[in-house]
Design a protein around this ligand. Structure first.
Ligand code: SF4
Ligand code: SF4
Length: 425
């Protein structure tokens, strides 16, 4: 046991790299997005203050920096809405990190925000300390406002754009997190072009919305809410964006699923926990120091302990967390193990594994049909890019290969189909 506050680099044994999403306001947010899975976590803390205090802040940053083996450590903030904490909290966080980091250690600061509370003062701090800011936006106005509303049910698109403009004015680097749901699932290119061209996003994360249907009382059953993306639509969405990306944006725009796919085709770790073989290295920290197995498993069963009582490395390396991580691999149905895109998919995130295989085995991912279609479709181009990289060339040369192929010639991906019916559509 240790109190952890003020822990320095040499006090704690090094662990394999892990990532913590810290939630300084817990589930508290100024918005009321219809599909948010985190707002209900407020109920875990009926007497909570929902503001991370200085002792937890110091314990978190000190223990995190001390336990990261490499030259770089990431201090990541998320919510709820972390910007509610205000500018002084982030000034203090940076001050603590600067005091506690090892001389040769670089600290990377990230924050995921809805973008509606970004003051000039906050942007100045972000700019001064090179924060990487993730902005949540679901595409053009009408698609974004379909679900991303405030507590009065009012649309938020204009306020998010104001926040983005403020970030740009202060030259703060940003990326975009875009959920794919029933309102935008049929408009992949409209969404992608909006993010790329209108907002200037170069780093884009797509996140599928998969919600159990609680309205019917089947909170953990196989039915999903009407806001959820359909499995086939999710596959089509990724495929359509990929086909545009692979013919004009490789090396210029970075999309999480495409980067992860290319890594898998190269035999490297995918860089996204959902496609890794096991879980366990992406944890969530609540405002009071409670540490949970994962952002998607913040509940009584997955509370590992509190970092003001037991150190972060002890909790990350605990038997409970290892068991949680290995369960991802060990509970897969044989349908997944025998799947031809298993090496890239690994059954995706356990939170989405609530359907059954054609043989009736439980534990199949709700999004399976989409992933089968997507990974099957990108196989040829991924092989081409992986070969280029193995030859010491650049992945973006793939665009030239596709550009010079005639529309009536065989598609360069090797599918045997005409290019115009394949990746040259
Ligand atoms: S449960 Fe899902 S989100 Fe959490 S670590 Fe595992 S794959 Fe990642
Ligand atoms: S595509 Fe479907 S069957 Fe294949 S590994 Fe993914 S979830 Fe399993």
């Amino acid at each position: 046991m240790s109190d952890g506050a003020g822990t320095r680099q040499s006090d704690v044994p090094a662990l394999a790299p892990f990532h913590v999403l810290a939630k300084p306001t817990g589930a508290i947010c100024n918005l009321d997005c219809a599909y948010c899975f985190y707002l209900e976590k407020e109920d875990l803390y009926p007497d909570g203050r929902f503001r991370m205090d200085d002792s937890v802040l110091e314990a978190y940053i000190g223990q995190l920096l001390a336990s990261q083996a490499g030259p770089e450590a990431t201090v990541a903030w998320q919510g709820g809405e972390p910007a509610i904490m205000g500018v002084d909290f982030y000034r203090r966080a940076v001050q603590i990190a600067e005091e506690l980091r090892a001389p040769d250690q670089r600290v990377v600061y990230t924050i995921q925000t809805n973008g509606t509370l970004l003051s000039d003062e906050l942007c100045e701090v972000f700019a001064e300390h090179d924060f990487l800011v993730g902005i949540s936006i679901d595409g053009p106005r009408e698609m974004h406002d379909a679900h991303r509303v405030d507590k009065r049910g009012q649309p938020t698109y204009d306020r998010v754009i104001e926040g983005l403009e403020r970030l740009a004015a202060h030259r703060v680097e940003f990326n975009v997190l875009c959920t794919v749901n029933s309102a935008n699932e049929d408009h992949p290119l409209e969404v992608y072009r909006h993010l790329r061209d209108d907002l200037g996003a170069e780093f884009i994360q797509f996140i599928p919305v998969v919600e159990h249907d609680t309205a019917t009382g089947e909170g953990t059953g196989q039915r999903v809410s009407g806001r959820s993306v359909a499995p086939d639509a999710w596959g089509r969405f990724l495929i359509d964006v990929f086909d545009t990306w692979v013919t004009r944006d490789v090396g210029r725009v970075f999309v999480n699923h495409f980067d992860a796919g290319l890594a898998s085709w190269l035999g490297l770790p995918p860089g996204m926990c959902i496609f890794a073989e096991t879980c366990g290295d992406a944890l969530a920290l609540e405002h009071n120091g409670d540490l949970y197995s994962c952002d998607h498993f913040v509940d009584g069963r997955h509370r590992l302990g509190n970092i003001t009582e037991t150190s972060l490395p002890e909790l990350v390396g605990s038997d409970a967390q290892r068991a949680f991580g290995n369960a991802k691999r060990d509970t897969l149905p044989s349908y997944c193990r025998e799947c031809e895109v298993f090496f890239a998919c690994h059954g995706e995130c356990p939170k989405n594994r609530f359907t059954t295989t054609p043989a009736g085995d439980p534990g199949l991912n709700y999004l399976c049909a989409g992933y089968k279609a997507f990974f099957g479709h990108v196989d040829g181009p991924m092989r081409l890019m992986a070969d280029l990289l193995r030859q010491g060339r650049h992945a973006d040369e793939v665009m030239k290969i596709f550009a010079t192929a005639g529309r009536n010639e065989p598609c360069p991906c090797g599918s045997g189909r005409k290019a115009k019916l394949c990746h040259g559509r």
